[in-house]
Design a protein around this ligand. Sequence first.
Ligand code: DX5
Ligand code: ZN
Length: 220
Amino acid sequence: MEYRIAPSILSADFARLGDEVKAVERAGADLIHFDVMDNHYVPNLTVGPVVCAALRPHVKLPLDVHLMVKPVDALVSEFAKAGANIISFHPEASEHVDRTLALIRSLGCKAGLVLNPATPLSYLDYTLEKLDLVLLMSVNPGFGGQQLIATVLPKISEVRRRITASGKAIWLEVDGGIKTDNIAEVARAGADTFVAGSAIFGSRDYAATIRDMRERLAAL
Ligand code: DX5
Ligand code: ZN
């Protein structure tokens, strides 16, 4: 299993964002997770495509844009132009999920659906084959630093089962409350890509934290 670690800039120092993304790139991150919140779909407000475009020249790593916005489509185009490599959205926030997925891919990005802890897996029934990744929320979206909701663990396993059955190389990313001391459990449930905001940016030594996460994954 190939594992990927995606630091979420939500917990970075926003006054030094360019340096922060470079620091996690140097520290061994695989992706930069970019949380977009609109104070409408979720009760918080973060950053938009202008900030994504500003960061783009600072890192080579893929930018993994997590849209927590409603409506979705206009921002998909803006983020693709701003240099996003992966764009994921919450299906409840799009009127036409299949159309939004096609739009993301038509702009040359990888496409993902994000499911909240209480969102049913039935959203994958007619979409899975068109996805590059499934992003399962292990907290309710809107804030960093929350505790992982344990009921998501069997849900991760069920998505892994569906991905395996599809025969496609679809990533299974999990987002929220992932720390060095539970990353192995999340991996054992079936995840291969791990978002970590406060666990990485809240630590003194980013490289040591990412190394610790990788060692725990390697020990599985
Ligand atoms: C929450 C965001 C997450 C968040 C994770 O809505 O989507 O990406 O930054 O932060 P931690 O790792 O601190 O739970
Ligand atoms: Zn996120």
